[in-house]
Write a protein that binds this ligand. Structure first.
Ligand code: F6P
Length: 324
């Protein structure tokens, strides 16, 4: 393994820069040449590669976003696009690739390797959604939940001042990890996640009990992929059933994707970046490196991406017990 490349793909996540930095410096430590690929798979197809050295990744560990840029590439979904990417990797003499991204990134890497097995791909779990199996946490998740928590705390202040019912929507695509932890951390009256069916009538009954004891300030945290829809849809359904509340809706949106990574995310990203390089050096391919119970874990791509990551039941118990 003499020359490797690193790229970031899919939704960016705080900590991706720390991971890129670790990949570059670990690669150099193990006497490899390291290339950066700009803009994910699309940059791979276009040959948008850049040589990286230790100084290239100086002063980025604390920065959100990704110095390499990210993108979603429809062209890479085609055999022709993947052939172009393969030709570029061969032209640059790349032996191995570190893919920092989420399930879409690893799905693409898996298909690519089925077609071109002579270039090894190893993944690092870079997504705020925390929905990859084989790692306790993904890069960016800790930062995103702290960002969302601070935002919801602020909403709680004004909800309390005006005795309002707020529906706050958080990201997660079709997973409820961000919603569950931020809902618990902010003392939300209810947390609605895709993993557990939402019953609007039960939610209304709970709100009616609160109104009966004059508890008019309420926070409902809604994961964007909830089975009953996002925050606006759910607020509408609730208002059709009960009209005693002054109802507001806030969509946190992409602020959850930015910001300076937390200490936990910087250290996790650094560890996983090194682990990915060491996996390539050891001849591994087609796996994601993860951290499970403080140990580095190799997970085949197909296992990491199949939504095998389950919401911890104890978290749902906490949310239910403490939301009375
Ligand atoms: O996968 C990360 C994520 O932030 C999801 O939580 C969200 O649904 C999606 O990306 C948003 O994608 P985009 O940035 O393309 O709108």
């Amino acid at each position: 393994m003499k020359k490797i490349a690193v790229f970031t793909s899919g939704g960016d996540a705080p900590g991706m820069n720390a991971c890129i930095r670790a990949v570059v410096r670990a690669g150099l430590h193990y006497n490899m040449e390291v290339l950066g690929i700009k803009r994910g798979y699309q940059g791979m197809i276009e040959g948008d590669f850049v040589e990286l050295n230790s100084r290239s990744v100086g002063n980025i560990i604390q920065r959100g976003g990704t110095m390499l840029g990210s993108a979603r590439s429809d062209e890479f979904r085609t055999a022709e696009g993947r052939k172009k990417a393969y030709d570029q990797l061969k032209k640059y003499g790349v032996d191995g690739v570190v893919a920092i991204g989420g399930d879409g990134t690893f799905t693409g890497a898996k298909i690519f390797m089925e077609e071109y097995g002579d270039i090894a791909f190893v993944g690092a779990p870079g997504t705020i959604d925390n929905d990859l199996f084989g790692t306790d946490y993904t890069i960016g998740y800790d930062t995103a939940i702290n960002t969302a928590m601070e935002a919801i705390d602020k909403i709680k202040d004004t909800a309390d001042a005006h005795d309002r019912l707020f529906f706050v929507e958080v990201m997660g695509r079709d997973a409820g990890f961000i919603a569950m932890r931020t809902g618990i951390a902010t003392g939300a009256e209810a947390v609605l996640v895709p993993e557990t069916k939402t019953y609007i009538d039960d939610l209304v009954a709970s709100l009616e009990r609160n109104a009966a004891r004059n508890k008019m300030s309420n926070i409902i945290v809604v994961a964007e992929g909830d089975d009953e829809g996002g925050a606006f849809e759910i607020a509408k359904k609730v208002k059709e059933r009960i009209d005693v509340f002054d109802v507001k809706v806030t969509i946190l949106g992409h602020i959850q994707r930015g910001g300076r990574p937390t200490c936990m995310d910087r250290v996790l990203s650094s560890r996983l970046g090194i682990a990915a390089v060491e996996a390539l050096a050891a001849g591994e391919k087609g796996i994601m490196v993860g951290q499970r119970h403080k140990n580095i874990n190799y997970v085949p791509f197909e296992k990491a991406i199949k939504h095998n990551q389950r919401l911890s039941p104890y978290l749902e118990d906490i949310a239910r017990i403490l939301s009375i």
